[in-house]
Design a protein around this ligand. Structure first.
Ligand code: COI
Length: 358
């Protein structure tokens, strides 16, 4: 690790106020946050502090020009009470991929992982123990220089906050294939985890929700035909025993759950293909009875079973049974909780003594 992380602890933890059996999604935050400043070309003063509001200048450039990126990841706890992170080095690398695209500085990847490890160690009592629940971690970076004008900012903040989370979806979901709005085009920012991508998706998502759908299924920007991804997840389709996921075409986010699921499926000897796939092909497979399953993958959603897709006037009823998605979900949960062997060495165990009473 390149720099020491200063820790100031809160006096009294608020963890006792949390009902672990009823965790409101994204509404509860742990006692502490990690924070680091970028000034004069360097990341300085990495620290963990009690969670607090952050003062921001009204001309902070992130508010005006959108230099803001984030990551999503989860910490779980194994049967021996050891907190574990899932492939944190992949999130560190993806944050920097997003930073490059958005003209923002790299964040040191070792400090990213160490900051997460120390924050999770300090707030480990907030990790929900139930399988399928986790401590959701949200690393993010934004331009905090105050300036009116169009250029890359010169000062930034990198922060990690943590929020205990239960299930994102409690039942199979319905997707609405959008044929008016787009999420991303090649050459745009779709493959970065940029806050603006989500901003542009909010209105279409609200329209889809008002029609009774859980998320938007995004189609390509040219012909509204090739499937990209859904609201907060990558997509997988099982057609005629083969599992197909849209290839990363420059407009799709490279999901860490996506890449892990591809590896898990290959371990189990499924034929997995990354290739362009159209909505027409899904409709054909539905009509001829070869569409066997569809599911989404993402950090927040985990594995989401898809029961229905709406495209223009066509409603595709996918399947009531999701054996492959269920197997993938159980395997990921098992690896995360430590009940299954972690043969790819994905779990980063946090066995550290911070020299403070936790
Ligand atoms: C995640 O799955 O971690 C995401 O970042 C999606 C978020 C908008 C809930």
């Amino acid at each position: 690790m390149s720099q020491n992380i200063n820790i100031s602890k809160i006096e009294t933890s608020k963890v006792d106020t949390l009902d672990f059996n009823n965790i409101p999604l994204g509404k509860t935050f742990t006692d502490h946050m990690f924070i680091c400043d970028y000034e004069h070309g360097h990341w300085i003063n990495p620290r963990i502090e009690p969670l607090r509001f952050i003062p921001i200048h009204p001309a902070a450039m992130a508010l005006h020009y959108g230099q803001a990126i984030f990551e999503g990841m989860k910490a779980t706890i194994n049967a021996n009470g050891i907190p574990m992170l899932f492939r944190p080095e992949k999130n560190a690398a993806r944050l920097n991929f997003s930073a490059h695209r958005m003209g923002m500085p790299d964040f040191p990847e070792d400090l990213f992982v160490e900051g997460l490890r120390q924050l999770v160690a300090l707030d480990k009592n907030w990790i929900p123990p139930q399988e399928g629940s986790a401590l959701y971690l949200r690393p993010f970076m934004y331009a905090d220089e105050f300036f009116i004008g169009m250029r890359a900012a010169t000062s930034y903040k990198f922060i990690i906050i943590a929020s205990p989370s239960g299930h994102y979806f409690s039942k199979p979901i319905k997707l609405f294939a959008e044929t008016k709005y787009i999420r991303a085009a090649q050459g745009g920012t779709g493959e970065a985890k940029a806050a603006g991508n989500y901003a542009a998706a909010i209105k279409p998502s609200e329209i889809a929700k008002a029609k009774g759908y859980d998320q938007v299924l995004w189609l390509d920007a040219h012909n509204f035909n090739f499937i990209q991804e859904a609201g907060t997840m990558n997509l997988f389709f099982k057609i005629n025993r083969e599992i197909i996921t849209p290839s990363l075409d420059g407009a799709i986010l490279s999901g860490i759950t996506r890449m892990s699921v591809i590896e898990l499926l290959k371990d189990k000897c499924y034929k997995v293909t990354e290739r362009p796939i159209t909505i027409e092909e899904i409709i054909e497979a539905y009509k001829d009875g070869t569409l066997e399953e569809a599911f989404g993958t993402g950090t927040a959603v985990g594995i989401a079973m898809i029961e229905e897709i709406r495209y223009k006037e066509t409603t595709i009823h996918v399947s009531d049974e999701n054996p492959v998605a269920q197997m993938v979900l159980n395997t990921l949960n098992g690896i995360r909780s430590g009940s299954l062997e972690d043969k790819h060495h994905w779990m980063n165990k946090i066995e550290m003594d911070l020299g403070v009473t936790l």
